[in-house]
Ligand binder design. Structure first.
Ligand code: A2P
Length: 266
């Protein structure tokens, strides 16, 4: 038993879950999986507040749930900020450690906030891919949309690994593989390291490169819906781009053409 943990009792109304596995991708990115409380329900694409039992009043931050709603573990994909109030400590977790989860999940990157259409574009940068890691592994995504195009842009190639693994896993999963086969596309690019595909997603959309690269029709409100997750500036720029194409922002109460959520930072 860790002495530090004995000193700080678990706050009321939070789940105390056990870290099952941790994977470090780069010195800036890592993912981890924790046990799932039996009573914890969420919709794919939502976020939950998480913290560590390392203080009397633990610091909680919003984290998108990266695992699908049918999974018996909960996965997160996180940035590491050296002096971040939570991530400076969170990045040190190992299997067996405890992570705190608040009980209610919420969020706008959910299928319910979009009206029906043919194609779903999921536009992400950095850890903004996390909610989409949940959604591309949810059968409901393929019930609602014929084609799913996931874009992921990072500074360098090593940061794209999480998305590439996700794509391979989804393709090989007995449940999802069959649904995703030929319908799920991963389009990744780098901005600071030379790679086969370079550029910010905004530029790749504006220039039409995204569509010519994939051999698909350009973005069209009649056929398409869009989900966006990344840094604040990325959200602003992609949002402006889809609004210029006539898309209207949706919400849980009023489903429409696109939805936006800021990726966790700090
Ligand atoms: P860039 O390298 O040109 O800044 P970060 O790790 O800083 O969150 O960035 C993740 C990715 O998002 C990077 O490839 C970055 O490109 C890109 N990015 C940053 N700001 C924007 C923006 N306003 N619009 C589109 N992409 C952006």
């Amino acid at each position: 038993v860790d002495a530090e943990r004995v000193q700080f009792p678990i706050p009321a109304n939070v789940h105390a879950e056990t870290v099952v596995s941790v994977k470090h991708y780069t010195d800036r990115l890592f993912s981890f999986r924790v046990t799932r409380p039996q009573s914890f329900r969420f919709r794919s694409g939502e976020f939950v507040m998480i913290g560590l039992p390392n203080a009397e009043k633990p610091v909680f931050r919003a984290y998108s749930i990266a695992s699908p709603s049918w999974d018996d573990e909960i996965e997160f994909f996180s940035i590491k900020v050296p002096d971040g109030p939570l991530t400076s400590e969170l990045q040190k977790i190992v299997p067996g450690d405890t992570v705190l989860l608040r009980q209610k999940s919420t969020g706008t990157l959910v299928l319910d906030a979009l009206t029906p259409a043919k194609r779903l574009f999921m536009i992400s940068t950095g850890t903004g891919i996390a909610p989409f890691a949940s959604l591309v592994r949810d059968p409901e995504t393929y019930e609602k949309f014929e084609d799913v195009i996931l874009t992921h842009t990072c500074r360098d190639h090593a940061e794209l690994a999480y998305g590439e693994e996700l794509f391979d896993q989804s393709a090989n999963d007995p449940l999802i593989g069959e649904l995703a086969n030929g319908r799920l596309t991963l389009y990744s690019s780098t901005t600071r390291e030379i790679s086969p595909r370079m550029g910010r997603i905004t530029r790749l959309m504006e220039s039409g490169m995204l569509y010519t690269d994939l051999g698909i029709a350009p973005l069209n409100r009649e056929t398409d819906r869009v989900m966006i997750c990344g840094s604040m500036h990325m959200l602003q720029d992609v949002k402006a781009l889809v609004e210029a194409a006539g898309f209207e922002e949706g919400s849980n109460n009023k489903p429409a053409d696109f939805v936006v959520e800021r990726a966790f930072v700090g």
